[in-house]
Design a protein around this ligand. Structure first.
Ligand code: NAP
Length: 281
């Protein structure tokens, strides 16, 4: 079974549009602002797509471009300004920022109230503590895929490959919340292929093109490929999983593109709409 994240995101965005229309009828236009490194072409193109999808459902949003000349003080000033602006419901700090800037300090300054990407220490702490709050957009999108396809992870062995704070770690916690038995693998994991072969649910969040081959996968396993990798000589992005061999073995699999990516954006927008609705209630 192919887990079609693009089709699901279309349904999801149609539902979000109804909620946005409702907010607009009350004079509230959900606004998602983005802080993005102007010199990073991938980030700029992701952000353009996020704004385009937001506009399609009636939301609005501005981009604040960060350059090599932007100082840490200017960045923090921008964040405080957006925190204080009641017309802004969500703020996304698009990773990565230029190297001279302290991203953790920026995330601490953002706090949890408008962190619709769910990646600040405050939001991640809420996830660890099981408190309500914005959940990380990519793992949240993955849980929405699992729910839609009625994939129950309870008691199953889940392996998450990758331990970044925006993807691997929150994904593992969200699977744990759903009662999976979770292992996290990373670059120092020994015998990774064998660990993969034990997994009923395999989430690849590595950033290595087509690293996970079909013969690493347990027959019938659910394979979620969060990877987005550019490969020289290939147009478009490829995942962390070698799709052609994996699809022969897996019980269900997300394609790249058209799997996790669209549901990440839909989840980000959903969090932003939640934030706007909270301001009304
Ligand atoms: P990241 O911060 O670079 O983390 C990569 C993780 O993979 C690290 O924990 C690293 O281990 C681990 N790793 C690297 N090489 C490995 C290997 N050979 N074996 C096992 N583990 C290995 O990346 P990220 O930001 O989490 O992103 C991961 C992938 O997801 C990328 O392709 C990115 O483009 C994609 N992504 C997609 C979306 C989406 O919407 N679909 C959103 C965000 C990211 P160590 O910790 O030991 O270094």
């Amino acid at each position: 079974m192919i887990l079609d994240g693009l089709a699901l995101s279309k349904e999801f965005r149609a539902e979000l549009k109804v909620r946005v229309d409702n907010l607009r009828s009350k004079g509230i236009i959900p606004k998602l602002d983005v802080i993005v490194a102007a010199q990073d072409p991938a980030s700029v193109s992701y952000v353009k797509m996020k704004h385009r999808w937001a506009e399609q459902i009636g939301m609005t949003g501005d981009s604040y471009e960060i350059t090599d000349e932007t100082t840490q003080e200017e960045l923090i000033e921008t964040i405080f300004k957006l925190n204080a602006d009641s017309k802004v419901h969500g703020v996304l700090l698009q990773h990565p920022l230029p190297k001279h800037l302290d991203e953790n300090a920026a995330l601490l300054a953002l706090g949890s109230a408008k962190d619709v990407d769910g990646i600040t220490p405050a939001s991640l702490g809420r996830l660890v503590a099981g408190l309500p709050g914005f959940r990380c957009a990519t793992p949240l999108g993955i849980t929405k895929i699992l729910d839609h396809y009625k994939i129950d992870v309870t008691g199953k062995r889940a392996l998450v490959i990758g331990r970044s704070h925006i993807l691997g770690k929150p994904m593992a916690l969200m699977l744990l919340e759903r009662n999976a038995t979770v292992t996290i693998a990373h670059s120092k994991t020994v015998d990774l292929a064998d660990r993969c072969r034990e997994a009923d649910i395999l989430v690849a969040a590595v950033g290595r093109a087509e690293m996970i081959k079909g013969d690493w996968i347990k027959p019938g396993a659910i394979v979620i490929d969060a990877g987005y990798n550019k490969v020289e000589g290939k147009t478009g992005d490829v995942g962390d999983v070698h799709f052609e061999s994996a699809v022969e073995v897996a019980g269900a699999i997300t394609p790249v593109p058209g799997g996790v990516g669209p549901m990440t954006v839909a989840s980000l927008l959903s969090n932003a709409v939640d934030a706007a609705e909270k301001m009304v209630s």
